[in-house]
Design a protein around this ligand. Structure first.
Ligand code: HEC
Ligand code: HEC
Length: 271
């Protein structure tokens, strides 16, 4: 009986020791700081720590040089973003997008920010590069059958209402030229072969051991019990056709991307 009473007390002691240790390691006392300023800014060691944290937690999506990949180009975003806002975005993420929230100590986030502020940045271009109007026409002619923008268009591919804020140019070029390089969950290609030999190709919406749900090319959502079908074929190739240079010239691609970068949807950030 005594042990059971002792245990929580011990736990409390250990956890308060950890809190004290962390407080010490942070080395920054917020009550002695000038208000609203990152104490790590320009500090070499902090910048180096920040770089390690960045590579570990952000590089995968924003690229090691921060020019963006699955996430936007931070070198273009940072000049227009005050520290308060940057801190808020990194702490809370962007709800409803792939940008994750973080529960790291404030001090780590501040070191990370010191690293980001130390990167060379470019001012965001005033006007998107490429002929946006022409890009919009190309999009309407080639892409709306599968992609929705602001509620209009097909559902076979992802909604692109916010793609200009969510993806870097590099990611957009790669997606259009070689869509099979990366296929997000919910859009993987499958073909279900029924027992009578019928083939249904589409995007795999979900799957478990016993069943698979597919959106076919005509956007009909169908569920299949695996034991009732002949075969489920998984395909690495995207449902999206590739647009190589023969099909879409560099100049047309540039216009198309010019248009896509204007698609910034509603700001979903909780203020
Ligand atoms: C899993 C991928 C992923 C990871 C990891 C990630 N981000 Fe992001 N980030 C995104 C995406 C996608 C967006 C765009 C969200 C949107 O607005 O649609 C974004 C947006 C941002 C923005 C806002 C840009 C703007 O224009 O408002 C900042 C700043 C940012 N990320 C910094 C970071 C930092 C710093 C880290 C590491 C702590 C990080 N991100 C980790 C994917 C990621
Ligand atoms: C036959 C349907 C189809 C057509 C036509 C199509 N797409 Fe796609 N698209 C998809 C599917 C499915 C995906 C998801 C799988 C993938 O990433 O390859 C996708 C993914 C994308 C993505 C990545 C979205 C993200 O969240 O990162 C972009 C950007 C894109 N398409 C742009 C275009 C553009 C621009 C065109 C026209 C030139 C186009 N698509 C034509 C089906 C299509």
């Amino acid at each position: 009986m005594k042990r059971i009473v002792l245990f929580p007390a011990l736990l409390f002691l250990v956890s308060s020791a950890i809190v004290i240790a962390q407080g010490g390691a942070q080395g920054v006392r917020s009550d002695t700081l000038p208000p609203g300023k990152n104490p790590h800014l320009g500090n070499k060691e902090s910048v180096r720590n920040g770089m390690t944290l960045y590579r570990w937690r952000c590089g995968e999506c924003h690229a090691l040089d921060a020019t963006g990949y699955r996430g936007p180009d931070l070198t273009a975003v940072l000049p227009g973003m005050p520290d308060e806002r940057l801190f808020q975005v990194v702490r809370q993420g962007v709800p409803g997008t792939e940008m994750p929230a973080s529960n790291s100590p404030d001090d780590e986030l501040l070191q990370l920010m010191a690293y980001l502020r130390n990167l060379s940045t470019v001012a965001p271009p005033d006007t998107p590069i490429g002929n946006v109007e022409h890009g919009k026409q190309l999009f309407a002619a080639n892409c709306t059958s599968c992609h929705r923008v602001a509620g209009k268009g097909g559902r076979l591919g992802p909604d692109l209402t916010r793609v200009g804020a969510a993806r870097s140019r590099t990611a957009l070029v790669r997606e259009i030229r070689t869509p099979s390089d990366w296929v997000p969950p919910g859009y993987e290609t499958v073909t279900v072969v029924t027992k009578d030999g019928q083939k249904i190709r589409g995007a795999k919406k979900s799957e478990d051991v016993f069943s698979v749900q597919v959106m076919d090319m005509r956007e009909r959502l169908q569920g299949y019990i695996k034991s009732n079908v002949q075969e489920v074929i998984y395909d690495k190739a995207s449902l999206m056709p590739a647009y190589p240079a023969q099909r879409l010239s560099d100049s047309d691609l540039n216009d198309l991307i010019g248009y896509l970068t204007t698609l910034r949807g509603a700001d979903v950030t909780v203020q």
